[in-house]
Design a binder for this molecule. Structure first.
Ligand SMILES: C[S@@+](CC[C@H](N)C(=O)[O-])C[C@H]1O[C@@H](n2cnc3c(N)ncnc32)[C@H](O)[C@@H]1O
Length: 209
């Protein structure tokens, strides 16, 4: 029987893996900048096939909060390649089984676009971080409302959301972060140039609990 969800799942895992070199080209410098000085134990939300593992020092312990089992074989292979101690937890970022105030660093890239409830995920990140702990983020976001690009994102939203298994082109993720109660946020905006038009606007940086 044709099962679109299974086909989309394996297609998306393959696509993420296929795009890793390209993502390193377009995001690598920014990631290296914000990933600098991470502690030996990191929580990563929605790591997918592990595009970020190359930026952690070998031996880093990464707890992967990843609900999609289609990602696991490539994620584990990537961890082995980069000497990362990987622990996969098959749960969602909206409800992490980690004690409050227990972790020094959380990483999430291109994930708040896809989670069911980004406010809840960010509130969970805030909860599990120790005071002074950091949340490293890189996300594509909604274009300014009323702009040509915003109209394009809204038009494309439904098919994109279906094909990508839940990615939202038009989320105001930046506003969710500002409202989450962090003690400070260093947020940088950039446009992919030349970029794939619907996901041109991005934010990246660090929020401190
Ligand atoms: C677009 S991929 C990004 C993967 C990777 N972070 C990267 O930068 O290439 C989004 C990932 O978030 C995961 N995801 C979806 N919903 C999630 C949730 N509620 N909590 C945690 N991860 C989730 C997906 O399974 C997928 O691996």
């Amino acid at each position: 029987m044709f099962q679109p969800k299974t086909y989309r799942g394996s297609f998306n895992a393959w696509l993420l893996h296929f795009l890793e070199t390209h993502m390193d080209r377009i995001y690598g410098d920014r990631k290296r900048e914000v990933f600098r000085g991470l502690p030996a134990r990191v929580i990563e939300i929605g790591p997918g096939t592990g595009a970020n593992l190359r930026y952690y020092p070998g031996g880093t312990e990464v707890i992967a909060i990843e609900p999609n089992p289609m990602m696991y074989p490539r994620l584990q292979a990537n961890a082995d390649r980069h000497g990362i101690e990987l622990e996969i937890r098959s749960i969602k970022g909206e409800a992490m089984d980690l004690a409050s105030g227990s972790v020094e660093a959380v990483v999430g890239t291109l994930v708040l676009c896809t989670v069911d409830d980004p406010k809840r995920v960010v509130s969970e990140v805030h909860r599990i971080l120790k005071p002074g702990g950091r949340y490293i983020f890189l996300e594509h976001v909604a274009a300014p409302h009323g702009s040509y690009l915003s109209t394009f994102q809204n038009l494309l939203h439904k098919p994109w959301h279906w094909l990508s298994e839940g990615c939202n082109l038009n989320r105001d993720t930046h506003n969710i972060l500002w409202a989450a109660g962090f003690s400070s946020i260093d947020m940088n905006c950039f446009m992919l140039n030349p970029g794939f038009v619907p996901i041109t606007p991005h934010i990246f940086g660090m929020a401190i609990r």
